[in-house]
Write a protein that binds this ligand. Structure first.
Ligand code: PPS
Length: 339
């Protein structure tokens, strides 16, 4: 593998990952190294994904060797921020908001030249799980600090140096009913005949990608309760209700609170506007092309409806009650609710 270029001296992050990725790091798969480990794990098929049960979670099989490498070899920098989420719970939005807030010094959000007007949020912030799956982790060394990265792994699978306090973590969760609907629409772009009932069942029985969902959410919820200074827990629905307040929380948590001057100049409103669903969905860069290394998905699949409560258009009241009750039972006594 070619050695990755170091970050340019003096340059500060975050900078768009795509601008830094100069193609000097070639892919290699860590599959050979950990192939025996993967083949010994329980497996199942969910839609287009082959899953393996690894440390209590159904990971896409091709992620497992990379996850082992991530767990064993990742060295966080103290000013890193890891953005974590269950898939289809607001990852793309969180990536856009975090990038816009953290990089606002170099890239004023109202500027016509802002990277988010020419790049999809997934091109601005590297996706740890796919980077390690492809053996491309030296690319992360190329990023100047502070780095923003994202993962769909649960908190309990993060490397020990991260959970021991080596960097900060921001998690976004969403009402699982809306997550199921979003997941189904997304997977259908790759498998048009996928049944909603099957997707719903795999969520309810916990055998869905990176599931069980409740264990995923609880892993971060518990960490956020115990380590409030380094794990921030956000809800998609709260973000929709008051995006500005949550952008302020996010910026403060990342160590970059908005100054009075920035507030006066409308910086928060500019970030909210730049990252708003309608604005992002309407950008040419988010309408065409694909994102995702393993299974390239059309970029427009990441911007569907962007609302809370769409579940009511897809599931029966009995299905909604069933999923609500499963989740309520799992969350009992934790202080976490979705209502
Ligand atoms: S992924 O594949 O895990 O990265 O998907 P993820 O981004 O987590 O979830 C996709 C859903 O988020 C909605 N979305 C947004 N909502 C509000 N504001 C913005 N800017 C935004 N961008 C994406 C997207 O439409 C998906 O939700 P649904 O319910 O399917 O519309």
């Amino acid at each position: 593998m070619a050695a990755a270029a170091a970050a340019t001296p003096g340059q500060s992050g975050p900078v768009p990952f795509k601008d830094i990725d100069d193609g000097s790091v070639s892919k290699h798969t860590p599959k050979e190294e950990f192939g025996d480990l993967v083949s010994a794990l329980p497996r199942r098929q969910q839609s287009i994904l082959q899953l393996r049960l690894y440390q209590g979670f159904w990971l896409p099989a091709h992620w497992v060797p990379g996850t082992v490498v991530f767990q064993r070899r990742f060295a966080p920098r103290p000013d890193d921020v890891v953005l974590a989420s269950y898939p289809k719970c607001g990852t793309t939005w969180l990536k856009a908001l975090a990038f816009a807030a953290a990089a606002r010094g170099a890239y004023p959000p109202a500027s016509a030249e802002h990277p988010l007007r020419r790049l999809n949020p997934h091109d601005c912030i590297p996706f740890i799980d796919e980077i390690f799956a492809a053996g491309e982790e030296t690319k992360l060394d190329m990023l100047p600090s502070p780095r923003l990265m994202n993962t769909h792994l649960p908190y309990t699978l993060l490397p020990e140096p991260v959970t021991a306090g080596g960097c900060k973590v921001v998690y976004i969760c969403r009402d699982p009913k809306d997550m199921v609907v979003s997941l189904w629409h997304f997977l259908r772009r790759a498998q048009p005949d996928l049944s909603f009932a099957d997707t719903f069942e795999s969520v309810c029985d916990g055998t869905v990608m990176v599931g069980p969902v409740w264990d995923h959410v609880l892993s971060y919820w518990r960490a956020s309760v115990t380590h409030q200074d380094r794990v921030l827990f956000l809800k998609y629905e709260d973000m929709l209700r008051d995006t500005g307040a949550n952008v302020r929380r996010l910026a403060k948590f990342m160590g970059q609170p908005f100054s009075a001057a920035e507030e006066g100049a409308g910086a928060v409103a500019s970030i909210v506007e730049l990252c708003s669903f309608d604005k992002m969905k309407g950008l040419e860069v988010n309408k065409a092309g694909t994102a995702g290394a393993y299974c390239a998905m059309p970029r427009d699949a990441f911007f569907r409806k962007g609302v809370a409560g769409d579940w009511a258009n897809h599931m029966t009241p009995a299905m909604a009650t069933r999923l609500d009750e499963i989740v309520r039972e799992k969350f009992r006594g934790t202080g976490l609710t979705f209502t």
